[in-house]
Design a protein around this ligand. Structure first.
Ligand code: PEP
Length: 263
């Protein structure tokens, strides 16, 4: 498999934004915008990650209108069922046709004290239920100063991949914490350097085939005006987009990155 045989993936992490009515309207508008632009839906995978309470409505819409977007969740429980108030099982997500789940996002690591052990348990829970874990790793600005860009994300990924089978489908997202929501994206070269090291980790842990197949995304202040630079890099296979995934025209333009760059 050659470089860039991997279908690019543009993933929209809505975080705690858009209720279920707003979510339905948003997905409809995004689909129309892409159709109006004669977008080639086969050329790029698109997944939206709405809040839990939107999932059923969005899933019904995608199904009814045959909208070719993937549906993802922003989190899941390490447990499958039981007395865990407020938790959501991977089994429930699977029943809603959710295909993937974000794990290890820096906001979960920071505000919910999720360390590498919890991330690893969540990766296992996702795989147990046939969900693709989107494993987020990234360094803070302090880490960057102390250890450089790659040491922390590489260590986080090594831990997250413990016990993962070579043929498991996973997605990895390199998200430098200093770039998230700051408007200060990494440069394409910085992203490439770390994404390449993360692909090396996948090769060491899961083998060369897995490394060639697995999509490694960049995330952190991605916009329509900078997406092209990232996707030109050989080891960057797409983007995890926060703020800009909440604006129909901006997100549609990110999804259509091939048009503005000729990748
Ligand atoms: C994110 O939170 O995953 C993210 C990349 O956010 P933003 O695009 O807003 O920086």
């Amino acid at each position: 498999m050659g470089v860039k045989d991997r279908t690019p993936l543009i993933a929209g992490n809505w975080k705690m934004n858009l209720d279920h009515l707003q979510a339905v309207a948003f997905v409809q508008k995004l689909h129309w915008a892409l159709k109006d632009a004669k977008h080639d839906f086969e050329s790029v995978d698109v997944t939206v990650f709405p809040p839990f309470t939107d999932l059923r409505s969005v899933q019904t819409l995608l199904d009814a209108d045959k909208i070719p977007f993937g549906l993802g969740a922003q989190d899941l429980s390490v447990h499958d069922s039981g007395a865990y108030t407020g938790e959501i099982s991977g089994a429930f997500l699977k029943r809603l046709d959710v295909a993937s789940v974000i794990i290890g996002h820096s906001e979960r690591r920071e505000y919910h004290a999720e360390g590498d052990d919890v991330v690893s348990a969540k990766v296992q829970a996702a795989l147990r239920h046939g969900l693709v874990p989107v494993i987020c790793v990234g360094e803070t600005s302090e880490d960057l100063e102390k250890y450089g860009a790659s040491a922390v994300p590489v260590g986080q990924l090594e831990k997250a991949l413990e016990g993962v089978a070579a043929d498991a489908e996973i997605v990895v997202a390199y998200e430098p914490v200093w770039a998230i929501g700051s408007g200060q994206a990494a440069t394409p070269q910085q992203a490439q350097e770390v994404c390449q090291k993360l692909r090396d980790v996948i090769a060491q842990r899961l083998g060369e085939d897995a490394a060639a197949k697995t999509r490694v995304l960049y995330g952190g202040s991605v916009k329509a005006s900078n997406i092209a630079g990232f996707l030109r890099e050989p080891d960057v296979d797409g983007a995890l987009v926060g703020g800009a995934s909440l604006k129909v025209d901006e997100f549609a333009s990110i999804i259509r990155f091939q048009k503005h760059v000729g990748v």
